[in-house]
Design a protein. Structure first.
Length: 172
């Protein structure tokens, strides 16, 4: 769901970016009926979605990794340790961006993309390095898999809001 929401939000902002989704489960699985229904309500079609498993290759190509749960950050670290510098939970990332908004180094960014890269680095510097991988559920988004349809709708709403807040912070 997050992949499709992020892609649409980037397109609406006319920001050229590649969005890739990967997770813990093995790849080549279709979207769950709950996810398809929740996204259809948002005019997004997940019927042809095929999942991909998290891999070093996916992480090596990423400039930013946003995950739903703190435990997923551990997966990122175990898969490609250096990717943790640009991996965040969706719940924490917007507030980290707000905390770095006034940094003077952002004024010299030549392009919006360069500014976004600097904001990602500043967000990483702003967090407590000891707590990055600590199991703290305060910034987690509950995974709706296997739950009722309204859980998927609630998660879609959370994802949409946090993705928009993240993009607002990256591209002010």
């Amino acid at each position: 769901m997050a992949e499709h929401l992020a892609r649409r939000s980037l397109e609406q902002r006319q920001i050229p970016a590649k969005v890739v989704s990967a997770g813990r489960l093995k790849g080549n699985l279709g979207a769950t009926p709950g996810a398809v229904e929740a996204m259809a309500r948002r005019k997004l079609d997940l019927s042809n979605h095929v999942s991909a498993q998290l891999s070093p290759e996916v992480l090596a190509d990423a400039h930013l990794v946003l995950v739903m749960e703190r435990g997923h950050l551990s997966d990122v670290y175990q898969t490609l340790p250096e990717a943790i510098d640009h991996a965040f939970t969706l719940g924490e990332f917007p507030s980290l961006l707000r905390a770095t908004k006034a940094d003077p180094s952002l004024e010299s960014a030549a392009t919006p993309l360069e500014g976004a890269h600097r904001r990602i680095a500043l967000a990483h510097q702003a967090r407590d390095p000891v707590r990055i991988l600590v199991d703290d559920e305060s910034s987690d988004i509950a995974d709706p898999m296997g739950r009722w349809a309204w859980h998927y709708r609630r998660t879609a709403k959370q994802l949409s809001s946090l993705i928009d807040a993240s993009l607002d912070g990256l591209f002010p």
